[in-house]
Design a protein around this ligand. Structure first.
Ligand SMILES: [Zn+2]
Length: 341
């Protein structure tokens, strides 16, 4: 059994999510979530279930609550809504989708009676055929792979204690996979193409499309007074998933992001980031990956071989430690070269 699996399972079973909250930030822990106040009643909501999920943002205003991103399944969205009640009795009036990916938007149906705001591209994707989207299909494959890895780990367990922990995890994970049967995606019911501003009391909330990046319709949620921005999956501490992204345009979009005045950003997965230099590192990575992949394509090298041989280990600060890149990233770049739009 791979030791990293054992570590993951044990860590998540014992400690919940492996993410760490901001130091000194107020944190509220519910049965299913940890809510960390990033700034001024703007909370990062992270599920503590040891399964893959996205971040959500919970914005408590003077009279209402706005949620950004609806989690991975309707069941996880219900848990999120329950957890918001531990923070405030104010009603959730608005959901914003940062982008269309399943892990951020497949809880949407639970919010069907309120306004759901997203980019036009997000609308098109979620109103189209979201259940056959590549990223979602990869997610389903990931679920199946996790089940077989944990089943194998049960067989190979060195002690009764280990076996019991793996069995407990398998039961929990299968329950989570069962929740996927309930997914019936719904799109936003309010769309934007470039920008929209919500005013809530003294709070100004800007929803901005800064260009194509992780998808064709990423929006960031910007709080100018709090110098905070929620970036979804467009900006991480390093490279993000590129399987349906725009690696050629991504650095420019990040450049646009850098023009905003902020000193902390909350990514779509993981913890808030104050080291804004991470954005420069990501830009350099995408630019370099694009050049290296274009060269492989020009030489007629297959995507599979290119994915194994492209060397990004010069990006030591990210850090990239071994040769090779994600195959879906290379396939996507090849697709962009062959069918530009
Ligand atoms: Zn995504």
């Amino acid at each position: 059994m791979p030791p990293e699996l054992k570590n993951l399972v044990l860590a998540t079973l014992l400690f919940g999510s492996t993410a760490h909250a901001l130091e000194n930030a107020e944190t509220i822990t519910t049965r299913t979530h940890r809510l960390t106040e990033v700034r001024n009643e703007i909370y990062l909501a992270q599920s503590t279930a040891p399964v893959f999920n996205s971040n959500s943002l919970v914005i408590v205003n003077d009279r209402d609550v706005i949620v950004v991103d609806s989690h991975v399944t309707p069941s996880k969205a219900v848990d999120l809504i329950e957890s918001v009640k531990a923070v405030t009795p104010k009603p959730i009036t608005t959901l914003i989708n940062s982008h269309h990916h399943w892990d951020h938007a497949h809880g949407n149906q639970v919010f069907k009676d309120i306004q759901i705001i997203g980019h036009e591209f997000t609308y098109t994707k979620l109103a189209g055929a979201p259940l056959i989207e590549l990223a979602y299909q990869n997610g389903l494959k990931g679920n199946a792979a996790t089940i077989s890895r944990v089943e194998q780990a049960i067989k190979d367990a060195g002690s009764d204690e280990d076996r019991k922990q793996f069995e407990t995890y398998l039961e929990l994970f299968k329950e989570h996979v069962h929740d996927f049967d309930e997914i019936a995606p719904i799109p936003p019911n309010i769309t934007l193409s470039d920008r929209m501003t919500l005013y809530r009391g003294d709070r100004e909330i800007q929803i901005l499309f800064l260009g194509r990046a992780h998808t064709g319709g990423d929006v960031v949620i910007y709080f100018p007074d709090d110098k905070l921005v929620y970036t979804g999956d467009m900006a991480f501490a390093g490279p993000s998933y590129m399987g349906d992204g725009y690696v050629d345009e991504w650095p420019d979009t990040l450049e646009n992001l850098k023009q905003l005045e902020f000193d902390i950003f909350v990514p779509g997965h993981g913890d808030p980031i104050t080291d804004l230099n991470r954005l420069d590192l990501a830009q350099a990575y995408y630019r370099d990956l694009w050049v290296k992949t274009v060269a492989k394509h020009a030489e007629g090298i297959s995507a599979t071989e290119a994915a194994q041989t492209i060397d990004m280990t010069n990006h030591t600060d990210i850090p990239i430690q071994k040769t090779g890149v994600d195959l879906t990233a290379v396939q996507r770049i090849y697709q962009r070269l062959e069918q530009p739009d």
